[in-house]
Design a protein around this ligand. Sequence first.
Ligand SMILES: Cc1ncc(COP(=O)(O)O)c(C=O)c1O
Length: 415
Amino acid sequence: MNARATGMSGDAPRTRPDKGDYTTLGEESWAVHGGNRADNTTGAIRTPIVMSNSYRLPRDPTTLDDSDPDALVYTRESGVNQLGLQAKLAVMEHGEAAAVFGTGMAALHAAFFSLLNPGDHVIVSNVVYMRVWGLFDSLLPTKLGIEVDFVDITDLDAVRAAVRSNTRLIHTEAIANPDLRVADIAPLAHIAHAGGALLTVDSTFTPPPLLRPLDLGADLVIHSLTKYFNGHGDAMGGAVIGARSIIDEIKHGPMHHVGGAIAPFNAWLIMRGSITMPLRLRRHCENAAAIAAFLADDPRVAYVAYPGLPSDPGHTCAAAQFNGHYGGVVSFAIAGDHEDRLRFVNDLRLITSAVSLGHDETLIAYERYPEERAAVFAPPFRDHGLIRLAAGLEASDDLIADLHAALTTAYGPDH
Ligand SMILES: Cc1ncc(COP(=O)(O)O)c(C=O)c1O
């Protein structure tokens, strides 16, 4: 792979670049040009939104090649905007192929449904997005007879010890939602492959160029496109990216037979968002780093999790893996009681109390967990609840001023 494409900045090209040859292009150029096609009918240099839910059949429909999962026949299975987005994502993640869906959860479900059979065993990080946790905690075991062990993914010995003869999959988030623990992808891939299993990585918090799990040995990378790729808080989508043989199985299986297709308009919006994603991501990360430093220094804050802080348990791994940036999310705990924390969150003026991340505006969510989940979090989160802040694109000084003022409302002056 192009070494130049792994950094955030990209040097000047040494040779005259060609639009379609990604190996000669810098990071931002991949995001701009990947998957773009001029429209043959109008000559428009951007793919129009094609809302049609079906496509004209050939004169003899029996000649249709059923083995091609991308054939343009019916929009549950393939569509013009879906194809463009898939091509762009495959390029950006260094994968052979991509399958996109209507939500991140649809993408995750499709991957697991395709890869797993009754009786298979899965090792899952014990901190993952709550709906993914629910999928592995109840739906997959009870509906499909999948055996699941939740393991601290940062403890490689524990992961190794959990591998069984029927282990088919290890699944983790690169930076975990919500406690931001960092998974070390290369050794996890090694453990999975040594045990005859695959590694799937949900890289929603670490889109490229922060991380490319496939380059580190993961078999599939999965994204909620709803977040940084879309970037503007106005569309949902999900993607699975990896070897064409696995992606084709996912398309021929759950995508075609279960559904979960992305709407053409949403695929178009996310395609547009993807173009500026690397630029925006840099700003999200810079703002998150500034906010984490501010919070870590404030005596009213009991605990800050952010892989960019040198004191964070995931810092060394993150520094080695994420190309010098540490993500756009900061999780923290503030002392006081439940009412104090509600006062703090509700007194914020610029920062909006809402779930999700990767929006242009900064979002904050005060979360509490059921006992069985809370047990795996660091004690400050267990005691004080967890506040997850997803840094937006505003001026960091404005965000810090808002946080400082709301902390003062809730707790009084800091000194
Ligand atoms: C890490 C992670 N994966 C997957 C999802 C699910 O994505 P979606 O909301 O697009 O279904 C989320 C949602 O917050 C998430 O945080």
